[in-house]
Design a protein around this ligand. Sequence first.
Ligand SMILES: *Cc1c(COP(=O)(O)O)cnc(C)c1O
Length: 374
Amino acid sequence: MTTTATGYTAGDFAVRRNAAPTSVGERERILEDPVFGQRFTDHMAIAEWSADSGWHDLRVEPMGPLPLHPASAVLHYGQEIFEGLKVYRHPDGRLVTFRPEMNARRMARSAERLALPVPPESLFLSAVDALLAQDAEWVPARPGASLYLRPFVIASEAFLGVRPAKQALFGVIASPAGAYFSGASEGVSLWLSTDFSRAGRGGTGAAKCGGNYAASLAAQREAEAHGCAQVLFTDAETHTWVEEAGSMNIFFAFADGSIVTPPAEGTILEGVTRDSALALAADLGHRVEERPVSVDEWARAAADGTLAEVFATGTAAVVTPIARLVSPERVIETPTAGFGPVAARLRDELTGMQFGTVPDRFGWLREVGRAPAA
Ligand SMILES: *Cc1c(COP(=O)(O)O)cnc(C)c1O
């Protein structure tokens, strides 16, 4: 293991090339029309951790199954966290990520909450660099498409018992993702879940952990049974206050130009897109506010004309308009069902920066490589 004062670099990762990579023809077919999360690149970045040795055995190796003992703590007690970010190809061939330091810091907070080892920011960032050094040709050139990165930490120690594992594994895998603008431009319906909660005070709602998603699947099934694409989660105690959509944060744009999102006080996940949308909206002259919004306020504002748009944000779809909120008692229709001017502007600014057609005036991009010459 090499650790310098400035932390880890891509050079700290030993590289074992995939001897049987995807053929060029097959890769080009995949990149022509990527289906999210179905196909993976030829390599993965891995770092091991143990309580005795800290982080060690940093490597990039062929994508493939992990050797995992059936008693590994992650399989029994759910000690797992993950991240999600994308690599974008610019017209000049630069490959960039968007605010990856925020993902690294969020992963550190998630690790603290799940009693997992914290991957240092430099380990997180250099694992991405090391992986991209091998798999740069997997970043799609198609407009709107990108390479989705999935960093994760799992408790790999083999034992049964409830305590923090003394061995863990940090990995980064990558999967080509299609255009952010496919579908959804007419807006999605959200199901107001009152039987289920995603997070309660003191729980893991602010951590990006697999357990939150496992707990949301029954609610998601209920949403789909009611013809809705996703769930809107409200506060666990009273089901009065809007929290988030389970993988996307929620925004309200009012007719007076103000933009509101519920405050991140432990039960919602603080999205990188959420933070970016808040900063951008303020920069564009909107009054932005993080304050509680009740379902009743939502209904009232939709009825009296003070509400203009509702939209959700996240790395995968960037900005998604919310067409309506459906509950057993009522349906609240959003005045603008599809992309209104605010959601469209935020989407265009964010994706413009990400894809290199709008100047990066906030310094949000980090170069992680160059596209190989075509
Ligand atoms: C990842 C995630 C989001 C969106 O975060 P981004 O950083 O914007 O992608 C929102 N809610 C939950 C629960 C999430 O896991």
